[in-house]
Ligand binder design. Structure first.
Ligand code: SAM
Length: 278
């Protein structure tokens, strides 16, 4: 194994089998395994028969561990960083360490694997070409609404981590800021025995959760459709004036035909827009 390297090792989010063979090799050969919770990582390693020197690195002591980690790398040791589940640094500790190790000129190498946000996105049926991961929303309602307002016109798919205690409040804030109709999926307990995917509009999923307390349990990822621009919103002010003038002067079908010819797009969607404007 490469010496003087910090390996960032992804671990399962529910199934021990999802730990890759390469991850097992790196964890067994590392001089020290830096773990968010040594007891939890100890259980995972016991499952795969790995004995390791475990060192606690969590959000409260990460900064203090930096010097020790740099000293080990200086001695040519190889280190592996894991979090409780999934990919370290993704809403988990590790950023402070990785930044310091890179700045000191040592190599950082990824052993990729499970990540709840990617798993949820990949099965969401929502566009994946552009997405924005927003992590956890603030707990306080005013701050949460503010964060949602900042992305309410974002057209990329939005991905959030959420706790079962706050999911209903979060859905209520989303409805307040983005309207009740946006499509979403709520991916619960991914890869675990009671994995469940709820799908529908924000209002529908919120209603389903209120009706079934069971569904508010476990870990969850929320994937939300991005803002959809209507053709009217994407027109310039001048184009909007032309559209309004045509709509007043001609029957909708004729006006839609002209607009499709001049501005492109489908006659049907222009027709719909004109009907809405009348
Ligand atoms: N680093 C992790 C990753 O790569 O996904 C995420 C850690 S973050 C502290 C924990 C959050 O991830 C949970 O509150 C939940 O939102 C999400 N999560 C983790 N495991 C999950 C699972 N099996 N199913 C659904 N969501 C999960």
């Amino acid at each position: 194994m490469t010496a003087a390297t910090l390996f960032i090792v992804a671990t399962p989010i529910g199934q021990y089998d999802d730990l890759s063979p390469r991850a097992v090799r790196v964890l067994s050969e590392a001089d020290h395994v830096l773990a968010e919770d040594t007891r939890r990582t100890g259980q995972l390693l016991a499952q795969v028969g790995v004995k390791a020197s475990l060192v606690a690195v969590h959000e409260h002591n990460e900064q203090q561990r930096v010097q020790q980690v740099l000293a080990w790398l200086q001695q040519g040791k190889s280190l592996a960083l894991v979090s409780d589940a999934g990919t370290p640094l993704i809403s988990d500790p590790g950023f402070v360490l990785v930044r310091a190790v890179r700045a000191a000129g040592f190599s950082v190498s990824a052993i990729p694997g499970p990540c709840a946000l990617i798993a949820a996105l990949s099965i969401s049926g929502l566009p994946t070409d552009r997405f924005l991961f927003e992590g956890f929303l603030p707990v306080k309602s005013a701050a949460r609404v503010q964060r949602l307002q900042a992305v309410s016109k974002e057209s990329a798919t939005l991905v959030y981590y959420e706790s079962r205690h706050r999911i209903l409040d979060t859905l209520a804030s989303m409805i307040e800021v983005m309207g009740a109709d946006r499509q979403m999926i709520l991916a619960r307990e991914l890869t675990k025995t009671y994995e469940q995917i709820l799908q529908g509009s924000l209002a529908e999923v919120s209603q389903q959760l209120q009706q079934n307390a069971e569904w508010k349990r476990g870990e969850m990822v929320l994937v939300l459709e991005g803002h959809r621009q209507t053709e009217e919103q994407s027109l310039s002010a001048e184009q909007q004036l032309w559209v309004k003038a045509l709509a007043q002067a001609l029957p909708p079908s004729q006006a839609a035909q002209i607009m499709a010819q001049v501005m492109g797009g489908k006659k049907r969607s222009w027709y719909q827009m004109l009907e809405e404007m009348r």
